[in-house]
Design a protein around this ligand. Structure first.
Ligand code: ACO
Length: 325
């Protein structure tokens, strides 16, 4: 029989350096008021030049192992979700494995942009459910600042750096009740960082900037306000749970307006939605575990609470989950 899989450790790490909206006012034609009103973001964290994604990921991973009271050598699997790997190869997961001393783990990366934490959780769940592996560490980590075009006000005000991690193992009760995911490659041009391959069309549109993020903000916004409620609904339906039964919604932290649309759709008070984007901006797939970790540490979210998570991102991709902590 399939085993029940749950989150037995949660942690996060953000770099210390803070970049405020007022700092950004000196870099591009923007204002604190515009950024707060249109996104809800006030500040974000920025990794130092000598802090690659593996550094952030290792910090979060180590803390998650401590939280789960599991030794690195007890890990069977490490999955890192990132769109800012240290290098094209080796995988960031292998670098993290080395730093953690998790000698018995298989390690690999996945790429699903901001939905990557859900994708990683779903992959790890399958391995544990079937008994193939016992303990998995999934980490979402990104140093988006390293691929940000700091002259582009459409994107540079949105993103921040950070990492979040879950340890997944077999649990007696509760755990993951449902995971749902989807992808739409027809939206591949809406949010990109080409790096390897540049079409002539990209070349013209991007003004030769191959290694920085470009986004069609309006299109992503339209996608997000549709897909976030859809993703939550799919996961709740599969779990056989209604919005009223959810204790906390933990959404991807991209824009306060996108989160508010989801709250209105389910007629749920905004207080039930965890919002941390004011302090960290959009940290890609790590935004959900960072939000969860902060809320657990502050005593807001407790063991046994029912959580609904939903993310969307480049690809285009989306993913959602209902979990009893
Ligand atoms: N400061 C001041 N003005 C700005 C800024 C800025 N930082 N950015 C854009 N503007 C301007 C635009 O140039 C435009 O000016 P114009 O009318 O003269 O052309 C005006 O503000 C309005 O622009 P809109 O794009 O309509 O602004 P909108 O209200 O849609 O907000 C935003 C833009 C915040 C980017 C919004 O579209 C959004 O949040 N989109 C979703 C982004 C997202 O979630 N991305 C992450 C995906 S997850 C992942 O995979 C990483």
């Amino acid at each position: 029989m399939d085993k029940k899989v749950g989150i037995v450790g949660v942690a996060s790490y953000v770099p210390e350096k803070i970049l405020t909206n007022f700092d950004l006012e000196k870099m591009v034609d923007t204002s604190d008021q515009w950024i707060r009103e249109r996104t809800g973001i006030s500040e974000r964290r920025i990794a130092d030049d000598d802090m690659p994604t593996s550094y952030l990921a290792t910090k979060a991973g180590k803390r998650a192992l401590e939280d789960a009271n599991i030794k690195p050598e007890e890990l069977d699997l490490i999955i890192v979700s990132t769109v800012t790997p240290d290098q094209f190869f080796p995988s960031t997961a292998c670098i993290v494995q080395k730093h953690l001393g998790a000698a018995n783990a298989t390690a690999f990366d996945i790429s699903a942009a901001c939905s990557g934490l859900i994708y990683a959780m779903s992959a790890a769940e399958q391995y544990i459910k079937t008994g193939f592996y016992k303990n998995a560490l999934i980490i979402a980590a990104d140093a988006l600042s390293k691929i940000t075009d700091w002259q582009d006000r459409n994107t540079c005000v949105l993103f921040g750096d950070g990492a979040g991690a879950f340890v997944l193992s077999e649990v007696e009760e509760g755990g993951i009740l449902s995971i749902q995911m989807g992808s739409d490659g027809t939206g591949d041009k809406q949010l990109t960082c080409p790096a390897c391959f540049f079409t002539p069309e990209d070349e013209e549109k991007r003004n030769g900037k191959k290694h920085t993020t470009w986004m069609n903000g309006g299109e992503i916004f339209k996608y997000a306000v549709k897909i976030m409620p859809y993703a939550l609904e799919k996961a709740m339906d599969k779990a056989g749970i209604t919005a009223e039964q959810i204790d906390w919604f933990v959404p991807h932290q991209a824009n306060l307006r996108i989160i508010s649309v989801a709250a209105r759709k389910f007629d749920v008070d905004m207080d039930k939605f965890i919002v941390t984007l004011e302090k960290f901006g959009n940290t890609s797939a790590s935004s959900i575990p960072i939000a969860l970790d902060i809320s657990i540490k502050s005593g807001k979210i407790k063991k046994g609470d029912k959580l609904a998570m939903a993310a969307f991102g480049g690809g285009l991709t989306w993913g959602s989950a209902v979990i009893v902590l």
